[in-house]
Write a protein that binds this ligand. Structure first.
Ligand SMILES: Nc1ncnc2c1ncn2[C@@H]1O[C@H](COP(=O)(O)OP(=O)(O)O)[C@@H](O)[C@H]1O
Ligand SMILES: [Mg+2]
Length: 256
């Protein structure tokens, strides 16, 4: 069964950055096959990985709902939707990428959602690792039939507001149809040492700090130059931090 590593946190705290560096680690160490799922409607995982995303699962759903009769004649609609879904999976040497895209509008999406969800469930079975970059509500995760998450990384910046968002997600976990085995906190743009107020708040929420990521100007340079974070040098501060995080995670979730 694939190991599922998921990311959640407030917008702008660094989920996609951390996710990209997790993918960098998995691919550099030949730990594939890996499926990256961009489940944030404000998707940008493709961008940080230097991948041009032209179509998302959301686009397929909307196109189909706009014109349900548009299925080529003689073709079953399930076969048709699955064919379109296959085209949305972007295959790369290092990993595959599935972008969920916009969330559904109004109307009855049950039938099409069922077909698309079943496709993603089946697809996910082919991978050793799944990396899911989420929006705060983690809707994609709770829709999966297995609902299994091995490691949920809650990302916060070094601010109480980010941490409170983490607290809200943590509290919400029980109400989701999810079975989350382990939860850890990643503090992004953090100083060398975390202050007492911040640590006390993390302890109150009940999440362990697994990793602190320093501010790394190279990340901004890469962003400005539209370069893939996969190309970051091994000695960049952020890469070193995430490599350390991955070693910790592998111990926690028992990856040999
Ligand atoms: N440790 C860091 N040092 C410098 N810049 C960072 C760092 N982490 C994230 N950033 C920058 O902050 C912005 C938001 O990060 P991003 O990962 O897209 O957040 P999220 O996915 O949570 O919305 C990006 O432009 C990214 O390059
Ligand atoms: Mg993001």
């Amino acid at each position: 069964m694939s190991k599922v590593i998921a990311l959640a946190g407030k917008g702008g705290v660094g989920k996609t950055t951390v996710g990209s560096l997790v993918l960098r680690y998995l691919s550099k160490n030949g730990l594939g096959p890996v499926l990256a799922v961009d489940a944030d409607p404000n998707s940008n995982l493709g961008e940080t990985l230097g991948i041009d995303v032209t179509k998302t699962v959301g686009d397929i759903r909307e196109d189909f709902m706009k014109d349900p009769q548009g299925v080529p004649s003689g073709m079953d609609k399930i076969v048709y939707l699955e064919m379109l879904m296959n085209q949305v999976v972007i295959e790369r040497k290092e990993f595959d990428l599935l972008v969920m895209g916009r969330q559904e509008g109004q109307g009855c999406y049950c039938m099409v959602n069922n077909i698309l969800n079943r496709f993603t469930d089946d697809l996910e079975k082919n991978y050793k690792f799944l990396l899911v970059d989420n929006e705060a509500g983690m809707e994609h995760l709770s829709r999966r039939t297995s609902g299994k998450v091995d490691m949920l990384l809650l990302v916060s910046d070094y601010a109480l507001r980010g941490l409170r968002a983490v607290g809200r997600i943590y509290e919400m976990l029980d109400s989701l149809k999810l079975s989350v085995s382990k939860v850890g906190l990643v503090v992004n743009r953090a100083p060398m040492e975390l202050g007492k107020t911040f640590l006390d708040e993390a302890a109150r929420i009940g999440v362990e700090v697994l990793c602190t990521l320093p501010n790394d100007d190279r990340l901004l340079d890469f962003d400005m130059e539209r370069k893939s974070l996969l190309e970051l040098p091994d000695d960049s501060d952020a890469v070193v931090a995430i490599d350390g995080l991955m070693e910790k995670i592998f111990k926690i979730i028992n990856v040999k």
